[in-house]
Design a protein around this ligand. Sequence first.
Ligand code: SF4
Length: 297
Amino acid sequence: MLNIPKKCTLCPRKCGADRNKEKGFCGGGQSVRLARAALHMWEEPCISGTKGSGTVFFSGCSLQCCYCQNYKISAENFGKDVSQERLAEIFLQLQTDGAHNINLVSASHYLPWVIDALDAVRGKLTIPVVYNTGGYETKEAIDALRGYVNIFLTDIKYFSPEFSKRYSNAEDYFTVAYATAKQMIEMTGAPKFDADGIMQSGVIIRHLALPAALNDTKAVLNAIAKLPKDSFLISIMSQYTPFYKAKNTKPLNRRISTYEYKNAINYAADLNLTTGFMQQKSSAKEEYTPEFDLEGL
Ligand code: SF4
């Protein structure tokens, strides 16, 4: 049975909102709010495959990064309230549409609702469930996902508390996100794929290279290199584009340079972090941001 938090501690911010009566820091209220549910081709190739990832975008977010490419939904809370019953139907519809997986994007502030919907489709949903998160999660939240989630796509965005405070209002971000990644790896084990190369279980750790943050990227990569070898995939992303508040904020108001990205990739290679995905810088496009138009809701 759905237990709506009266004093919310679903994310490490622990803002204490009574979710029955008010919205929390993340924008999450009493019912699940979604912006889009559709097949999506812009995840890593082992997630999107040839048919697409069945991506469900949740409105609101506990991080509120100042450069978020999805700010219309994460910060402005654009979306539509849906019941858990409708959420369960959406999962099954995406499966019928041919999705390789169900991809829950920024769902942490709706964890009890998501678990309720996944319980409702148990035995009917046969494709893997992907939990796609900024990495700012509590240990309890990840524990609660055992038996529900097969694949974690998780970020480690920053090492420096100064950066994480300035850009995402979360001074403790690295400590939390690193512990989260470790916990996810322990839960899923090493990545597994089907005969077509589509990921069935495991963890992908993502890092979005930011402008004027090369030393921080290197510190993140140093920490990632200490995780057990071959127990995860790494994705170093070059797609940063100044959206939202970053449009007018130095040094975030520019794309990363070719020098910065190449330097990050070479540094990762020197650390033997080569199992995963590196983008060509030329692939950075605004196409990564889908139209949030309530499709599929
Ligand atoms: S999930 Fe949202 S409401 Fe709950 S503690 Fe985090 S920010 Fe607050």
